[in-house]
Unconditional design. Structure first.
Length: 115
């Protein structure tokens, strides 16, 4: 069983930045896929960015150039650096990991984008 604990959410003004962290209970080097999803009220959960254990990254078109996903294997932590945040990006952000086809989710961290 893998536990994922997100942190770093909060209130930020439009145009501001946040860095989300996801601390895993196990070695992230064994996780074939890690990603960040977000879900706003009334919307489906959507993939924002992901990274594989070989370092291949993916970004949804809406965040390309503003968001960076990265890992620190020594800390078993995945980060999501978000810049130039928009109001519509306010949501609960979830960390996700997949190991041998088994999927794990964190509890989510709230991101509010408001003046």
């Amino acid at each position: 069983q893998v536990q994922l604990v997100e942190s770093g959410g909060g209130l930020v003004q439009p145009g501001g930045s946040l860095r989300l962290s996801c601390a895993a209970s196990g070695s992230i080097s064994t996780m074939g896929f890690m990603g960040w999803y977000r879900q706003a009220p009334g919307n489906q959960r959507e993939l924002v960015a992901s990274i594989t254990n070989s370092g291949t990254t993916y970004y949804t078109d809406a965040v390309k150039g503003r968001v960076t996903i990265s890992t620190d294997t020594a800390k078993n932590t995945v980060y999501l650096q978000m810049n130039i945040l928009k109001r519509k990006e306010a949501a609960v952000y979830y960390c996700h990991a997949a190991i041998d086809g088994v999927r794990f989710w964190g509890q989510g961290t709230q991101v509010t984008v408001s003046a």
